[in-house]
Design a protein. Structure first.
Length: 178
């Protein structure tokens, strides 16, 4: 079994593992069982395979506490960047990003992730609903202008979707019957 087939087998085997703290032990156990019969793998190859697979399963965001401890360890000279990164279960590049951000801004906590907040929410969403009731034939652009919100017409469309409105063609635009 080649290297890539072994890696694929390990990833398939642990696709359903639910406990993060058990990943490394279970992946290492499977890697050992793959190599033991033939005895062909060196310890370095086994460690590399185990680490790579382990990293794939720990792609969650590290807490501010973990980042702080990692940066503090590095600043106190407890190891190289690579050693610190490995000991905290992150890639070298990830640790370097944490360190650069800390040195530039002094911030350690993870940045917010996800989408921008909706332009139409709360009072502005209710106001848009009232505008639609008052002007049922208004276009998305007209509704945006009347609402006073500085955003795209797609933002208006998504807000109308959330309110439960749907687009219906008017009679003049419908196809004529033959």
């Amino acid at each position: 079994m080649g290297y890539f087939n072994q890696k694929s087998y390990i990833l398939d085997t642990f696709d359903g593992v639910s406990s993060a703290r058990n990943y490394r032990e279970e992946i290492q156990g499977t890697a050992l069982s793959l190599y033991r019969p033939s005895g062909q793998a060196s310890v370095a190859v086994l460690e590399h395979l185990t680490t790579k697979c382990f990293m794939l399963f720990l792609m969650s965001i590290a807490s501010a506490d973990t980042r702080e401890r990692a940066i503090e360890s590095y600043l106190k000279g407890r190891g190289t960047q690579d050693e610190i990164a490995r000991s905290f279960g992150v890639t070298l590049r990830t640790f370097q990003r944490w360190l650069a951000r800390y040195q530039q801004s002094g911030e350690i906590s993870p940045q917010t992730r996800g989408h921008r907040q909706a332009l139409f929410k709360g009072e502005t969403l209710l106001h848009l609903d009232e505008l639609v009731k008052q002007h049922p034939d208004a276009t998305l652009e007209e509704l945006r202008d009347m609402s006073g919100v500085d955003g795209s017409i797609m933002a208006v469309k998504r807000a109308l979707d959330r309110l439960g409105y749907s687009f219906k063609k008017n009679a003049p635009r419908q196809r004529a019957r033959a």
